[in-house]
Ligand binder design. Sequence first.
Ligand code: AMP
Length: 545
Amino acid sequence: MADKAKFQAIKGVRDILPPESALWTRVEQTARDVFGTFGFGEIRLPIFERTELFARSIGVDTDVVLKEMYSFEDKGRGELAVLRDVLAGFNPAPHSAEFRNTVMKALDKYWEALNSPSSSDEVPRDPDNLKLIEAFKRNYNQFLRVRTSESALTSELTDALVWGLQSLARLIQLGEFVSLRPEATASVVRAYIEHGMQTLPGNVKLYYVGPMFRRERPQKGRYRQFYQIGAEVLGPSDAPGIDAEVIEMLMRLFERLKLKGAVLNINSIGDKNCRPAYVEKLRAELQKVRDQLSADSQRRIETNPLRVLDSKLESEQAIINKLPHIDQNLCADCRTHYDEVKRQLKIRGILPTENWRLVRGLDYYMRTTFEITAPGLGSQNAVCGGGRYDGLVELLGGPASTKGIGFAIGTDRLVLSLQEAGETRADVTVRVTGSALTVAAGSVTVSGSGPDVFLAWFGAAAQAAAVGLARRLRDAGFVVELPAVEMKFGKSLGLADRLKARHAVIVGDDELAAGVVTVKRLSDSSQQKLNEQELFSYLREDRAT
Ligand code: AMP
């Protein structure tokens, strides 16, 4: 009789099988196509990073870091690690003379292994660890001197020294502490800094696709290994047009996937100038109703009052809804930024729901936050979360002037919502000709290949026209770079050049009045005026050559 199957996937992780996997491929490929037309390039990141990276970026008081990370000490499998475990496992003194001998032998071997070239290469050399190793060395030398004599007094001293050495051995790190990534923004920022991407022209636009790991309580739409498709824009500008374009890109993706009933919620959470005062106001109001709140919310009054707004507890909803709203407490700059984000969304035909309770608890998050919910998901109905995080690059040791905004889509939930709606068509059109290939080759900013079109616009009316034209060009598969803010003519063409665009398409008042655009081929500066139909034919022809 065949053995009963012994192995099953671990709790909270699962296999994705055909035909469902084909739907996953369609979703991920569509994201690559759509993001590519916005000039984003793929970054492939490590699955694990130093624990400290996540502790610093996500925050040491978050559930993700405190309770949900899969972390381990990346020590070698050699004798050093075994000896450390052996030492740690010994009972505390007093020991019998015979047992003391065993402990001593283990200590000798441990010290020898710690100093052997093969192990010492792997032992972290940071100042704290070096201090511990130094302390071990001092105590060990003292222990060597004392252990040779056999009086009752020295036995006690030996026991004390052994106990100290055991404790130190437990503390000495034998490898880096690493964690499986619970999210990818920290890794993208680490990579941005590590590879000096701030020297690249314009904003750097990156996307990633892959698994994340959080030790949460599994339920529908919540797994311990789950998948995200995310994107980040990092660079010198925090123009509201960037926020709007990132959101537009998401909406285009959901549209292409035929995800129905997606609701975009947005908010502004201010910045370091205006948020502290709001947080204090909130804290004061929460103190007044403290008795009516849950233990979690009571704790958050001290640690992070903004997090109270996240509460899903039925009993707290009426109380929370009476709290002061952040949008009446924004400073002038944040107000202007927020209004402009909304206006920029409007010219893209996107009408968000404003949700003042959409917050992020970490200090480096600022201004725009957004979330997209989708039907068919029960209580875990957020398919995407995102926001601006202008302080993160600096926090992780990069240039203070670098701004950032990004989002992460929960692929498991996106797929689930599509399945619930019967949208399980799995065929993928992978275009292998034209600019889809350019897209696959990498982003405008990171690789050598540039966009098909740099769409320069001058004046508010021209921007609206340019946004529309960009959309139609991208829908046709062209890679389009659209400046988020108005730029001077020379600067605009300079940037088009540096981004290695093939063409600059110029939209100004004259062009608008005449119903044409000016197209300049950047390789030879030849220039002509074309209407939209002629522009598309021209670009298609150019692409074919
Ligand atoms: P976050 O990084 O927490 O903002 O999450 C971004 C998105 O990832 C959420 O909106 C969810 O769609 C998805 N997500 C987060 N945690 C999980 C999980 N444990 N299982 C499945 N999807 C998740």
